[in-house]
Ligand binder design. Sequence first.
Ligand SMILES: Cc1ncc(COP(=O)(O)O)c(C=O)c1O
Length: 464
Amino acid sequence: MNGNGVHGKTTLNGKTLSGTGVNGKGVHGNGIHHVSVNGSLYPTKAKSRRQRWEVKPSEMANNTLNPIRAIVDGMKITPNPDKPMIALSIGDPTVFGNLPTDDAVLQAMKDAIDSQKYNGYAPSVGYLKSRQAVANFYSCPEAPLEAEDVILTSGCSQAIDLAISVLCNPGDNILVPCPGFSLYKTLAVSMGIKVKLYNLLPEKSWEIDLQHMESLIDERTSCLIITNPSNPCGSVFSKEHLQKILKVASRHCVPILADEIYTDMVSCSCPSMASLSSDVPILSCGGLAKRWLVPGWRLGWIQIHDRNDIFGSQIRQGLVKLTQRILGACTIVQGALEGILNNTRQSFYNDTISFLKSNSEICFNELSTIPGLNPVMPSGAMYLMVGIDMDHFPNFKNDVDFTERLVTEQSVFCLPASAFEYPNFFRIVVTVPGEMMVEACVRIREFCQCHYRPRSRDSNDLDQ
Ligand SMILES: Cc1ncc(COP(=O)(O)O)c(C=O)c1O
């Protein structure tokens, strides 16, 4: 076999050639053959030869845009030297060291390394026993899962990438929440897939505006993306709302990509989309990153919940083929997966949830008494969105300007929600230690008091 994984010998003018001289590159059973029958091995076409260097990034590279980077990189992040920086912007629960993973998770990883069993390549879809572990962990009577319904991936991001790639062709469109996690659009646009944003309603705890969503569906809509619980909103949909979403999908025969990476990180009930679906096929994407607090380990999964055999073998085979492009999840973490899922203590999950809930309450209670700010109380994930009454802050052009000045004056960095296509809001990550959360709120209050201006109508009211 040669370096490209191509077997075989090549004949030229009756002579058998083998080895790297001819087929070290480029000779392929698919009919691509670089050997000239005129005797010259590598004929040169003078006219088509390039005269000068011109190496340019591909269209795909040019069309790949991460809006968070685009916005954050353009911001002037210069903290006030007199105040230590508090970054409430990064969705990585490990950055402050206050939320270590469970000991059982670490032990499973150590055991996997020590066993020396997981140093080789795994099957492209993951080890069978690790897929089985995910299936056992999430299977329920309403949405049963077998190992063959699970594909292991490099983080939930790759799960989303594979799910979009298997369901959509260039020119198709997908429906994505607004505000929403930016990766969906980043991936889709780079693949020539159009993105239509459906509105979430802050006044209804970020429920979907179902009429708006339905109005966007057309014959080229290849999937609805539902993020529940939500990044950036921290919202969790009720069972009734999920059922209504499923009805829309069912009416238009559109499958659902359910991003459920924050599932079970909730302070209320949060049924999975699949457990409520009787006819809509669902690809549910998840992983270890958030619930087990190990985002760097890059282990995610797709759960295939096929209803009425609609995905059938074709979508399954499509997913398998896509996993064969680049092997996904790290084998050591795959080896540890069964131990992680089976041995993590319930108290670990409970402690994380109570910590996030307590921080969300501190933040919400504080910010809701600050004139000009309108926080929306979350019930899951690790985020809280805050609306800014821009009319009351005439010193600032928009949310980007507002959050930039908040860093300059108070050394508190929140992500402007323009990064989620939702201007005049900002997102707070609630994984920081409690005392930092309190301090951040004090500073946000000081900042707002300094810049708040009553509207002219309000001041007239006061005069009367
Ligand atoms: C909604 C959502 N989906 C997917 C991901 C990606 O997860 P992973 O780090 O496992 O790729 C994130 C990460 O922040 C997220 O917020």
